[in-house]
Design a protein around this ligand. Structure first.
Ligand code: PLP
Length: 396
């Protein structure tokens, strides 16, 4: 039977594919260490679990308001007021089943067929697929040659009369780069000058290290508020990936359309998870701090180990929980007689030979790179890096 052109054009998520292959090997008894998944390995905070249990016992197990329970929408607005000094009304907050479908919902409400969205590469796997699913086209601005920081010159060149939006992700998955305030102000001014939407994905905002600081684009450039949709969620900040709660803050005309769009797609996000998220906002600040400390130690460990390895290069990650490694010097070399022609072959060989799972950069529009997620225990990171080092030592 015929499948749609849209379905045929779509690629499955490469991060999920690597994770699945690693899990399969693990099930068959292999000592796999996975640097694949983009999820914290910590337990969700006790405050979230308690709130979920209480919600179930109260019978909060039915449909809720489509845009989310008022308690959660209020908690989100309170959080944004306290964290960024921003004033959003709960009617400007939409709760969805993860940040991922909310990015899609935003594109669904701002793109007409053929409209273009500027995406800075390397970029998270799903943006491009989602833009295409919504009938739009991505215009990729490569930042690999400029330390993963976009330049205004490259941005200006990418602009066409069909450009309607700018997608910004900071701290960035997969590079770990954190955009500074000066750059964000320039990007906001550019959007203003060319009348563009800004989709601002700040899902890793709690995870910056060393002297790096996350800045919110609307807090820096208040005039951008009317053209910006902020995307965030509880997955990364509170280690709550499985609960599937994300949220968007946007000007009312866009938000009410996004709410209607979601109403036809998923209806409300899971009622119990919404209450768990209220619990997390109210009582998980200490857990967030503890997780942040652990991530920083892990980052320091992986950076120290990678620095000692041959054939690779990388920039010290300042945010999120990824190290993005340049393996271009390894391409064309051989491991155990097998040639490593590209980043996909490199990752397959690394998994087969050393049972170390990492994601090829081509999944992020960055062939020649490999992403290592350091959201796992220090002992695992240490052992995984020992194996990776051995793998690199074995290249000929
Ligand atoms: N945005 C970025 C940049 C991500 O890396 C992810 C998850 O990996 C998401 C959004 C989606 O998160 P969730 O759907 O779990 O809220």
């Amino acid at each position: 039977m015929k499948l749609s052109a849209r379905a045929m054009a779509m690629e499955a998520s490469a991060t999920l594919a690597v994770t699945a292959k690693a899990k399969e090997l693990k099930r068959s008894g292999k000592p796999v260490i996975s640097f694949g998944a983009g999820e914290p390995d910590f337990a969700s905070p006790p405050a979230a679990l308690e709130a979920a249990r209480a919600a179930m016992e109260r019978g909060e197990t039915h449909y809720t308001a489509g845009a989310g329970i008022p308690e959660l929408r209020e908690a989100i607005c309170r959080y944004y007021r306290e964290r960024f000094g921003l004033d959003y009304d709960p009617s400007q907050a939409l709760v969805g089943s993860g940040a991922k479908p909310l990015v899609y919902t935003a594109f669904g409400c701002i793109l007409d067929p053929g409209d273009e969205v500027v995406v800075f590469a390397p970029a998270w796997v799903s943006y491009v697929e989602q833009i295409r699913l919504c009938g739009g086209r991505e215009v990729v601005v490569d930042t690999a040659g400029t330390d993963f920081i976009p330049t205004m010159e490259a941005l200006r060149k990418a602009l066409t009369p069909r450009t309607v939006a700018l997608l910004i992700n900071t701290p960035c998955n997969p590079t770990g780069v954190v955009y500074d305030g000066a750059l964000l102000k320039e990007l906001a001014a550019f959007a203003e000058e060319h009348d563009l939407w800004i989709v601002f994905d700040e899902i890793y905002e709690r995870l910056t290290y060393g002297t790096a600081r996350h800045e919110n684009i609307v807090a820096l450039a208040p005039a951008a508020k009317e053209r910006t949709v902020l995307i965030n969620g509880v997955s990364k900040a509170f280690a709550m990936t499985g609960w599937r709660i994300g949220y968007a803050l946007a000007p009312k005309p866009l938000l009410s359309k996004m709410s209607a769009f979601q109403g036809h797609l998923t209806s409300n996000a899971c009622s119990i998870s919404q209450w768990a998220s209220v619990g997390a906002f109210r009582g998980a600040e200490e857990d967030v701090r503890a997780m942040h400390g652990a991530f920083e130690e892990r980052r320091d460990l992986i950076v120290e180990r990678l620095r000692a390895m041959p054939h690779i290069a990388f920039a010290e990650p300042e945010g999120a929980f990824y190290a993005f490694v340049d393996i271009r010097d390894c391409l064309g070399m051989k491991h155990d007689g097998l040639s490593l022609d590209d980043d996909v072959a490199f990752c397959s060989r690394l998994l087969e030979a050393e049972y170390v799972a990492a994601v090829p950069g081509s999944a992020f529009l960055a062939p020649g790179y490999v992403r290592f997620s350091y959201a796992n225990a220090k002992e695992e990171i240490a052992e995984g890096m020992t194996r990776f080092h051995r793998f690199l030592d074995g290249l000929r």
